[in-house]
Structures are given as C-alpha cells and as structure tokens.
Design a protein around this ligand. Structure first.
Ligand code: SF4
Ligand code: SF4
Length: 99
C-alpha cells in the first residue's frame, strides 16, 4: 500500500492532484474491431460516458467512443452487458496507487 502525504502534494503542486484525479477514473478499453455496434453500452451507461463513433470499424459497425472519461465510476455495466466482450474496465490498480 502506498501513501501520498500532504507535503508531497504541496511539493508537486497542482500536477499531482491532476494526476490523481486521472487515476481515480476507471480506464475504459474498447476493442473496436470486436464490436458489432449494438449500442447497448452507450445506451445503458448510467453516467453517459459513452457515445457512438461516426467511423465504421473493420466489420462495418459503429463502435462506442469515450465522451466523458472523468464521469466513469467503474461500475463495469458496459463490460458485463457487451455481448461481444469488446469493452472492459481497468480500475483495480487505482486504489493501490492513490491510497
Ligand atoms: S464502467 Fe459504468 S460508468 Fe464507466 S463507461 Fe462502463 S457503464 Fe459507464
Ligand atoms: S455493447 Fe459491445 S458490441 Fe455493443 S456497441 Fe458496445 S462495445 Fe459494441
């Protein structure tokens, strides 16, 4: 377990807080070429994080795009509902780094 104290935060200025705010956000990974464009993920994301790309993937479908990365709270609903396993969330390591 790592700890980042107030002195370190002060020494690093705003840049560290900016980095930590990014780390506190789940990382959304999209394998565009597995996607079949059903839009379940973008329709059902409770935070409206995902939209639909205006570019076709290799199979001729419109994959999701991340519109509001910072709004993602890592619930994994998109990952669980995707029938093609084309989207997943990486967030386990965040707690370890930021706490
Ligand atoms: S993890 Fe949850 S909040 Fe984040 S993009 Fe997926 S459904 Fe939306
Ligand atoms: S749920 Fe999966 S297959 Fe459907 S649009 Fe999202 S990433 Fe593509």
């Amino acid at each position: 377990m790592h700890a980042i104290g107030p002195a370190t935060r002060r020494a690093a200025g705003g840049e560290l807080d900016e980095l930590l705010s990014l780390w506190s956000t789940a990382m959304i990974v999209i394998d565009e070429d597995l996607c079949k464009g059903c839009a379940i993920c973008s329709e059902l994301c409770p935070s409206g994080v995902l939209g639909v790309s205006d570019a076709l993937n290799a199979k001729g479908y419109y994959p999701p795009v991340v519109k509001k990365q910072r709004e993602c709270h890592g619930c994994r609903l998109c990952e669980l509902l995707c029938p093609e396993f084309a989207i997943f969330i990486v967030n386990e390591w965040v707690d370890d780094v930021a706490s």
